[in-house]
Ligand binder design. Structure first.
Ligand code: SF4
Length: 506
């Protein structure tokens, strides 16, 4: 073979070697039983037509490349933001491997999660024994301060009762009776990772708050929600809290666990909201959610406990950051400091500098409901036109919220909103009604290649680029980062297609 230990080649140059090319050609000719190249090209072209689009949009019984993950992924992400917490999957090992790899590929960081590996016998008799042994093993081997349990489809289909199983396991001595084992049922055939985040956050708060008496105080809780940029966004949030000298607790702080240093020490647990702070959060005056779509049930529970709640849809861009800071200022009684006002002014200045390049550019945006709402709002602030907006996990509420948002600006007049649609739908939509740019996650690269619409990666998951999550997308600093990402792609695209104007100064 052409690969040699003296000169290891990456798969890209390796597969271009004659030996591989010959092998691929023979495999195709002898085993694949393919149609002719002409026929394949003809059908591929037809899939970009209005005729195919109508058939594709009429599709009901099949989803192709949905832009959402399943509930346990969000639940495990939420749990990872609490001090010393081990995520525990009651169900199939293969599902746990998917959650771990999904998070690891995005953050380029180990993602520690255990599973009690239910197999055929558990599917027939129930997974109680798996829970008894699994909790004991996880507690003994990995020495967590808390184990947060969620479920996969398998456990949900057979109807395993987590509360009963966990208390049974405690009676059998798997973990000490006072050891915290919050849980969330996370059936993946409903909702998405955002629902899973919500369920786990509520489960963790219940584990700390039930049976406690609330003594109303003056602090404020902030729940960041599911966010692929949490490493930088939560650090940015902490900087803002410090600048404002605000008394605020972040519930689920994942900024350290997904960004541990390479200093010779493996940290299975890093940072996170302390148990003391989680308990004390019951006494907060109010809770602010940065992600309404990740906290519907949680906020309801918090309101029942007597707190005011305020929900945002991802404070990205100018107006959304203004709204968040004003709410934080109102609830904490702390003024917005001059430093943040200066930051805001610099963002306005940057937008003004670049306005001419952004005005009238057409964007297709896809992702989670909150991300798309934030992105669309910011695009319209920039004078850009979000012509197609798609959220696979967006329902009727998202559709109504998005439609109302688009109606606030002339830049939203031509927009179409696609709730519950997948990326294969978006391919058809863009093949027939193209946009200038696509904003989403790594999965959009297939549309980029296929239709020639440049992709700007700005949301989870980003597997094929490194370290984006180390830079914020929220608040004023995040607005600058998002602005620069969009502008870079605009200028790169212009330069790549320039034949008469390859200007040095833009
Ligand atoms: S959808 Fe169900 S079976 Fe698939 S990975 Fe998620 S929990 Fe597992």
């Amino acid at each position: 073979m052409v690969q040699s230990a003296d000169k290891i080649k990456d798969h890209l140059p390796l597969f271009k070697e004659a030996e591989y090319q010959d092998m691929f050609a023979r495999k195709r000719a002898e085993f694949e039983n393919c149609h002719s190249d002409e026929r394949i090209a003809e059908v591929a072209e037809w899939t970009k037509s209005w005729d195919y689009r109508e058939k594709n949009l009429a599709r009901e019984a099949l989803v192709v490349n949905p832009q959402k993950a399943c509930q346990p992924l969000g639940a495990l992400f939420c749990a990872a933001g609490f001090d010393g917490t081990l995520g525990y999957v009651h169900g199939s090992q293969g599902c746990a491997a998917y959650f771990r790899s999904h998070l690891s590929r995005h953050f380029k960081e180990a993602s520690s999660v255990v599973s009690d590996s239910m197999t055929e016998d558990a599917a027939v008799f129930g997974g109680l024994n798996n829970m008894i042994e699994g909790l004991a093993n996880a507690y003994t081997l990995y020495k967590p301060k808390m184990i947060a349990v969620c479920t996969t489809c398998m456990a949900e289909v057979i109807g395993d009762d987590l509360q009963a199983f966990i208390s049974n396991a405690k009676q059998k001595g798997s973990v000490p009776a006072d050891f915290k084992v919050p849980y969330a049922h996370t059936p993946s055939f409903v909702g998405s990772h955002t629902t899973g985040y919500d369920n786990m956050m509520k489960g963790i708060l219940q584990a700390f708050w039930e049976g406690q008496e609330r003594v109303a105080g003056e602090s404020v809780n902030i729940i960041p929600g599911f966010d692929g940029y949490s490493v930088a966004n939560v650090r940015e949030l902490k900087r803002i809290i410090k600048l404002m000298d605000a008394n605020a607790t972040i519930l689920s702080d994942t900024s350290d666990v997904y960004d541990t240093p390479a200093d010779g020490e493996f940290r299975m647990y890093a940072g996170g909201t302390t148990h003391e702070d989680t308990l004390a959060a019951l006494n907060a005056k109010a809770t602010i959610s940065l992600s309404e779509g990740c906290t519907a049930q949680t906020l309801k529970y918090i309101e029942e406990k007597g707190q005011e709640t305020v929900a945002f849809t991802y404070p990205m861009g100018l107006g959304a950051t203004d709204d968040f800071l004003m709410a934080l200022s109102r609830l904490t009684g702390k003024p917005i400091p001059t430093e943040l006002e200066m930051e805001r002014g610099r963002v306005v200045d940057a937008i003004a500098d670049s306005m001419a390049w952004l005005h009238g550019k057409k964007f297709a945006v896809y992702g989670d409901p909150d991300f798309t709402l934030a992105m669309v709002r910011f695009l319209m602030e920039l004078g850009a036109e979000p012509t197609h907006v798609l959220a696979t996990n967006g329902g009727k509420k998202w559709e109504a919220d998005m439609t109302a948002l688009l109606a606030t600006s002339p830049f939203g007049a031509e927009s179409q909103v696609w709730a519950g649609r997948d990326l294969w739908h978006l391919r058809s939509i863009l093949a027939t009604e193209p946009a200038d740019f696509l904003i989403g996650n790594s999965y959009g690269k297939y549309i980029e290649k296929d239709l020639g619409i440049p992709l700007i990666r700005l949301t989870f998951p980003i597997f094929d680029r490194h370290h984006h999550h180390r830079f914020p997308t929220m608040f004023y600093q995040g607005a600058l980062r998002v602005l620069v990402s969009i502008l870079d792609k605009i200028f790169d695209t212009m330069d790549a297609s320039s034949d008469i104007s390859f200007d040095l100064t833009r």
